[in-house]
Design a binder for this molecule. Structure first.
Ligand code: GAL
Length: 439
């Protein structure tokens, strides 16, 4: 294996803050970013070229919920078919929206013992790792940059070099529902034109004896993403951008109003919201105990995997009220960490993720659409055909705090903390001031 000089270049290592903000000293200004070891270069004197000696490709991710696990397995099967010389050590760090992955990965990066590859959101979430000089460029192994939809390449290359291989695009601004339940409650969800209208739907479902909104409040990202959708639905993408750009103070009344609506809607949550994971809350829609569920379309991956629960017949969705024409994008990808334990296998895997074959296998199970435009999607389920049409027709694509693309991680963590407190005390004024104080 090549000697990795990035380790000796690091001057200090520091983990700061309760949630662990990675802050490693980067390389000096005259140093080039590391390139992936191709196995052929002049600096490869230590490279035996023998992939057997490398060990298995260790992959760390958080996809343990039903449809997500199936999607990952489909991807890994494809990889092992394409590269039979490599095998995989699947090492999940369970926790929705990466709730547990950062702590696990950051410690290992600091100990110079990273896994072969790990899951990350393209965009702002990557920055601390870049600043720490902890990722290598994957420019050389990327298949067909031109085949990607707009915006993806920028997110995959926050500093100009491609460092994440994006595998999917989720939509966050969905409102899913159980068709029988809403019919029984006499509700037409398409009546909801803005987030306030949602309250009427939930009241009607509650009156008919159902849980209005299946929700998890155990981890703060659940209500954070819900508030993001309410705010977006009430005030639009420009105002949301204004908030992300740090102008929270002049949005005080908007923030307070949106939080108040979120608080009022919390009356219609399932009673066990504070102790369940997102997929457990979502299961209430499948069983017919709950009418609605807001989530990214990874929730649809669960419906697709449920027996006898058919899109259009048993479940449906609308864009979150007030956000029609907007596609809030959530992407996932895999990286090539520096100090890599399996250079050849990692290079092969990251490269495979950028292929049409990988994206064709992964996305139907995951409930997401492929970031490449040349993937064969005829066999994708009807729901994803509709999402692809909505993506094409969307006027705006927005980012999100709760899934890593909207704010740099140190700030995003502070926002998450404010929402952790909010889901405990539901104090609108205090949370408004907390959010303003972050910027
Ligand atoms: C998101 C991730 C999705 C899905 C979701 C629920 O952050 O991008 O792929 O896993 O969390 O855990």
């Amino acid at each position: 294996m090549r000697e990795d000089s990035s380790v000796s270049r690091r001057r200090y290592v520091q983990l700061a803050g309760g949630v662990g903000v990675l802050a490693l000293a980067g390389c000096t200004e005259d140093e080039d970013p590391d390139e992936i070891d191709t196995g052929n270069g002049a600096d490869d004197a230590d490279d035996t070229g023998d992939s057997d000696s490398e060990g298995d490709l260790e992959i760390v991710h958080w996809w343990t919920a039903g449809g997500e696990e199936q999607a990952l397995n489909a991807l890994l099967d494809g990889f092992e078919e394409a590269y039979p010389e490599h095998s995989v050590e699947n090492n999940p760090a369970p926790g929705g929206a990466g709730a547990a992955i950062d702590a696990a990965i950051q410690t290992r990066v600091i100990d110079q013992d990273p896994p072969s590859t790990f899951q990350i959101w393209p965009g702002e979430a990557v920055r601390p790792y870049l600043e720490a000089d902890a990722l290598e460029s994957i420019d050389d192994v990327w298949e067909d940059e031109d085949a990607y939809v707009d915006g993806v390449i920028d997110a995959a290359a926050p500093d100009g070099d491609l460092v994440v291989a994006p595998i999917n695009i989720h939509r966050l601004n969905n409102l899913f529902y159980n068709v029988d339940v809403v019919e029984d409650a006499g509700i037409d969800p398409t009546d909801a034109e803005n987030p306030e209208d949602l309250l009427d739907l939930l009241e009607a479902a509650d009156d008919a004896g159902y849980v209005g909104l299946a929700q998890q409040t155990q981890e703060p990202w659940g209500i954070l993403q819900f508030w993001e959708m309410v705010f977006l639905g009430q005030y639009g993408a420009d105002t949301y951008e204004q908030f992300l750009a740090g102008d929270a103070e002049s949005l005080e009344s908007e923030i307070a109003d949106s939080l108040e609506l979120v608080e009022r809607i919390s009356e219609f949550h399932n009673e066990d919201a504070g102790t369940v994971a997102w997929d457990e809350a979502n299961a209430d829609v499948i069983t017919g105990d709950a009418a609605f569920h807001h989530n990214g379309d990874w929730a649809a991956g669960e419906y697709q995997g449920a027996d006898g629960f058919e899109y259009g017949e048993n479940w449906e969705y609308i864009p979150f009220p007030g956000t029609e024409g907007i596609y809030t994008m959530v992407m996932d990808g895999f990286v090539y960490p520096a100090n890599n334990p399996t250079p050849e296998a990692t290079e092969a895997f990251v490269s495979y993720c950028t292929t049409a074959d990988a994206q064709e296998r992964f996305n139907p199970h995951k409930g997401s659409i492929p970031p490449r435009t040349d993937v064969e999607t005829d066999g994708f389920p009807p729901f994803l055909q509709d999402q692809m049409a909505d993506f094409e027709a969307s006027d705006e694509q927005t980012v999100t705090i709760s899934h890593g693309s909207g704010l740099e991680p140190a700030r995003a963590d502070q926002v998450q903390e404010a929402f952790a407190v909010f889901t405990d005390n539901w104090d609108v004024d205090e949370t408004t001031q907390e959010l303003i104080g972050i910027f």
